[in-house]
Design a protein. Structure first.
Ligand code: SF4
Ligand code: SF4
Length: 243
């Protein structure tokens, strides 16, 4: 039967270190504590000063502009001139002031590419083209679009459709990202702005009905069927809709 090897206790001061290392460590410590007189004293380095970043659009000013005051006075003169000109037009009943009395007056000269009121486009049968995919709501940076989806098993081509589609105009930033994200061209923005005046933010929600009443017959890009002709009483009864 093999006996366990006898392990002798380490000598004092040699705990965990191989024999002979103790002297070497003591010599290293002594060297560290006594710096050699030849080594130069430690020099504290000055903090690195980085050059200020130059921007491509930094203005270069003349000495006249750097003087500051002349330019301030020039700006005040421009503002005062425009104010007096508009005041004169207003006093003499002439048009041309650059402001409008919103909401009594509404501008109509919006640029054709102005991003204003949202509309939901429709299929020729009048149903919304939206497939309730939620892409617009997902991409919206202000998170103001709410969509509730419905399911129509009788329309295999478009089984999903929006039951509720609302936009909170009190928080919409009119960025147009919802229009960009839509895979169906189901949402667009018209140039004129919605009637946003309200003292209640909950009245600034635009509903799906309002977004669908945008006169789709004006969309020349789409063929729309002629207006349906009302049924006569006989036809109505024949189709089971009488009474
Ligand atoms: S225009 Fe911008 S903020 Fe407004 S609903 Fe569309 S994505 Fe959201
Ligand atoms: S409007 Fe377009 S992006 Fe938004 S849910 Fe409808 S189909 Fe999707």
């Amino acid at each position: 039967m093999l006996k366990d090897p006898v392990v002798s206790p380490p000598a004092a001061g040699v705990t965990g270190v191989a024999f002979g290392d103790n002297e070497r460590l003591a010599a290293q410590k002594a060297t560290r504590e006594r710096p050699s007189p030849a080594s130069p004293p430690a020099v504290r380095k000055a903090p690195v000063r980085y050059a200020r970043k130059q921007y491509w659009n930094e203005p270069t000013m003349t000495w006249w502009e750097k003087a500051y005051l002349p330019e301030v006075l020039r700006g005040l003169a421009i503002t005062t001139g425009i104010f007096l000109r508009n005041m004169g037009k207003w006093l003499t009943g002439r048009k041309g002031a650059v402001t409008t009395y919103y909401p009594e007056e509404k501008r109509v000269d919006f640029a054709p590419r102005n991003r204003g009121k949202h509309i939901l486009t429709q299929r020729p049968d009048g149903s919304p083209q939206c497939i309730a995919c939620n892409m617009c709501a997902t991409v919206c940076p202000a998170k103001v679009i709410e969509i509730e989806a419905g399911f129509d098993p009788n329309d295999p081509a478009h089984p999903k459709y929006p039951v509720r589609f609302e936009i909170d105009y009190s928080r919409c930033v009119f960025c147009g990202m919802c229009v960009e994200a839509c895979p169906e061209d189901a949402i667009r923005m018209q140039e004129d702005v919605p009637d946003l005046v309200s003292d209640n933010r909950y009245e600034m929600w635009m509903t799906m009905d309002e977004m669908l009443t945008w006169r789709p017959q004006q969309d020349v890009a789409k063929p729309y069927p002629p207006k349906p002709v009302p049924l006569t009483l006989g036809e109505s009864v024949k189709r089971g809709r009488g009474q």
